[in-house]
Design a protein around this ligand. Structure first.
Ligand code: ADP
Ligand code: MG
Length: 711
């Protein structure tokens, strides 16, 4: 008697070529390969993109104009013509035995080829009347062939690759059939499945391809989406724990004199959120393992004070701190604001030499020659306490005496590679790392994108701010109001920013456009006001001089490119006008807007758009008008853009998240993350979960697999 065979693991399916399935010959194999389907696993995880629920099916004779309906019909005839404005119009007649109706598609010329006579199609759309009969305009079309069943799965089909949805359905059925004798291995612990009411994997895979009802499909989707999220979370949580356990850090002195002095010297009291966040960071700093923490906070929430507190904790224990910005301009701006904050601060002596001033340096590519050598030496011998620069600080040959705390101010993503570089830079002990994001991202998204970090959130603005009033200046009248607002505020002794259009392709063009805007305003709407110009290509000295003048109130208006996005802090500036605002992303608009509203006076932000007024402001500008809350805007942004943009590395290849969505499955992300912590904390190397460990090798993104391949 032979032992029963073990259930099939996904990894085994990933090793079986689709060519081995019935009906997949060389030509089809090539077509499948062209759409990224090489293995049986690829095929089984090619999920339907929709399910046509035939239980909702209507007959043409019963359709009511004005209502939405699903009909399954046969194509009778199709024709194409070019209408006014060169729009192509595809018209057709379809019927189901109870009646006929017209369909019409605008600007979809390929429909003529798709809808061949005699084809069976499912149409979903709103019913209108046309020439006395019924019509659907631009309905959703699914080719269903002669497939029966209450729910018909519709697969993504590729016309170019010549694969139809029913061919895919057939191969998938064949693959599922061949899995039946051995069954599929389910790596998720029973206890987790029970607790989260998840159906077993094999059932889920069958049900997603062949649901009996829409609720069965939902059950299946939930289970399979959970699997995707659990894999990613396990990888992240394991990496997080491995970093913590595998490296030695510093135990910093968190209750020292230097930090006390710094706080005492501030012109304001810390907000409750700042105190809580500092306490969270202190706990990490005092602990023996290195910190890996993300500090999220809306624009103006006061992240800088928190970051500087962490850096000074390093200094008071005899270590050094580094603050890194994504660009040189931002590093320079940080240097200005941080030096200002630390002005006059003395480092208490731990020896006989008494007190000495805190030594802060700005190290960018501008520092050359002897200046640069002096700084490098200072860092190497330890006479420089804090250094501010770009990411190059850890990538280049900068040597530190005792680097204790690193703060990274990131615009987008301080990647895995940079973090690895930081670890390599460390001597025997790894510095504590605090990553600050200027761009809040939703909490569940942060759990994935920054899944190996702890997260602190500054969710409170300092008191005394009046909310910024944001308006869309649609049309010439409102645009005139925007410029009038600038003149009024200037007359009242306050200041304004004008942000010039974003030109992605070329900084040179962007500069040219900024110069042109500057001239146009100086001779036109803002004639008589004192205008300054700021852009990324100006010599640094000139840039600094202009900023100084603006800070000192010698300029009324600063016309600038997005170089002012982060770090500029002039409380007297109360108006911002953003040109071509519809070209910016939500996060960027929010960052820009954060340059005003920093003082007690009420501030306003005017968003100009380039489109026609009847096109409306567009969803992003609309969101900015509706909300000043960065976290709320981040949710909107995620909804508008989808998660592809967040998981940058996932774009490299096929995403690890096929069904799961960081946007729609917020609750599931949280459940998967909690489950991953439970599992890993009980069993750090998944000794008792070989099936789960095995599955981690299926992860495709670097995020997930980086730690598996690292020794
Ligand atoms: P962020 O970097 O989070 O956008 P900043 O650190 O630049 O914000 O702080 C924004 C402004 O708020 C700065 O002018 C800063 O001095 C001020 N600020 C920070 N914390 C407080 C506080 N607790 N009370 C009052 N003002 C504060
Ligand atoms: Mg800041």
């Amino acid at each position: 008697m032979t032992a029963p065979e073990r259930p099939i693991a996904l990894r085994e399916l990933a090793a079986i070529d689709v060519g081995r399935l019935r009906g997949v010959g060389d030509r089809k194999r090539e077509s499948l390969s062209a759409v990224g389907i090489e293995t049986v696993l690829d095929l089984l995880t090619t999920y339907p993109r929709r399910w046509v629920d035939r239980t909702n099916e209507a007959r043409v004779a019963d359709l009511t104009p004005g209502e939405e309906a699903l009909v399954i019909v046969t194509v009778r005839s199709v024709s194409k013509r070019v209408g006014r404005n060169r729009r192509t119009i595809v018209q057709g007649v379809v019927g189901d035995g109870t009646g006929r109706m017209h369909v019409v598609f605008f600007n979809q010329p390929w429909r003529e080829r798709q809808l061949r006579p005699e084809l069976q199609v499912a149409l979903f759309g709103k019913v209108d009347t046309y020439q006395g009969g019924l019509q659907m305009a631009n309905p959703i079309v699914d080719l269903i062939g002669d497939r029966t069943g209450r729910i018909v799965p519709i697969y993504p089909q590729s016309e170019k690759a010549q694969i139809s949805t029913w061919e895919l359905a057939g191969w998938i059925d064949n693959a599922l059939e061949r899995c039946r004798p051995r069954g599929l291995r389910d790596p998720v612990p029973n206890e987790v499945r029970r607790r989260l009411s998840l159906i077993d994997r094999e059932r889920a895979l069958r049900q997603i391809h062949h649901p009996e009802s829409i609720s069965e499909k939902e059950q299946a989707r939930r289970r399979l989406a959970f699997d995707e999220l659990l894999r990613v979370q396990l990888a992240l949580v394991m990496r997080k724990r491995a970093l913590e356990l595998g490296s030695v850090g510093f135990r910093h002195t968190v209750d020292g004199e230097l930090v006390r002095r710094f706080h005492a010297g501030l012109a304001f009291a810390l907000t409750a959120a700042q105190r809580r966040t500092i306490a969270e960071i202190d706990a990490d700093l005092a602990a023996p393992h290195p910190m890996h923490r993300l500090l999220q906070g809306d624009v103006g929430s006061g992240k800088t004070v928190v970051a500087v507190t962490a850096l000074l904790a390093a200094v008071q224990g005899g270590h050094q701190g580094a603050l890194m910005a994504p660009t040189e301009v931002l590093a320079e701006q940080h240097a200005v604001s941080v030096s200002h904050m630390l002005d006059g601060l003395l480092v208490p002596a731990s020896n006989l030499f008494g007190e000495r001033p805190l030594a802060v340096e700005l190290l960018t590519s501008r520092a050359t020659g002897t200046d640069r050598r002096r700084m490098m030496t200072g860092l190497a011998v330890g006479s420089v306490d804090l250094v501010i620069g770009t990411h190059a600080l850890i990538q280049e040959a900068v040597e530190f005496h005792r680097l204790g705390v690193v703060v990274v101010d990131e615009q987008h993503r301080f990647g895995v590679e940079q973090r690895a570089a930081l670890r390599d830079k460390a001597g025997t002990a790894v510095p504590d790392l605090l990553v600050m994001t200027a761009t809040p991202i939703p909490r569940t998204a942060a759990m994935t994108v920054y899944g190996d970090l702890d997260v602190s959130v500054l969710d409170e603005l300092p008191p005394g701010r009046t909310p910024i009033i944001t308006r869309w200046a649609g049309g010439p009248l409102l645009e005139a109001s925007a410029w009038a607002a600038v003149r009024d505020e200037a007359a009242a002794g306050r200041q304004a920013y004008v942000v010039c259009p974003l030109i992605d392709e070329s900084e040179k063009l962007e500069v040219a456009s900024a110069e042109e805007t500057y001239r146009r305003l100086a001779d036109g709407e803002l004639q008589g006001l004192r205008l300054g110009l700021l852009h990324g290509r100006m010599p640094p000295a000139e840039k600094e001089a202009t900023m100084d003048e603006f800070r000192a109130g010698q300029l009324d208006v600063l016309v600038a490119t997005t170089v002012i996005e982060v770090g500029v802090d002039v409380a007297n500036a109360t108006v911002m006008v953003i040109l071509d605002a519809d070209r910016f992303g939500i996060a960027q608009l929010h960052q820009l807007r954060g340059r005003v509203g920093r003082g007690v006076a009420a501030s306003q932000c005017w968003l100009l758009t380039s489109g026609a007024i009847e096109d409306g402001p567009g969803p992003r500008v609309e969101a900015l008008v509706a909300s000043t809350d960065g976290f709320e805007l981040a949710e909107v942004d995620l909804d508008l853009r989808g998660e592809g943009t967040l998981m940058s590395s996932a774009q490299k290849g096929r995403s690890d998240l096929r069904l799961a969505s960081l946007r729609r499955d917020r609750e599931l992300v949280k459940l998967a993350r909690d489950a991953a912590f439970d599992i890993v904390d009980a069993d750090p190397v998944l000794l008792h979960h070989p099936a789960l460990l095995d599955e981690l090798h299926l992860l495709l993104t670097d995020e997930g697999t980086e730690f598996l391949t690292r020794s």
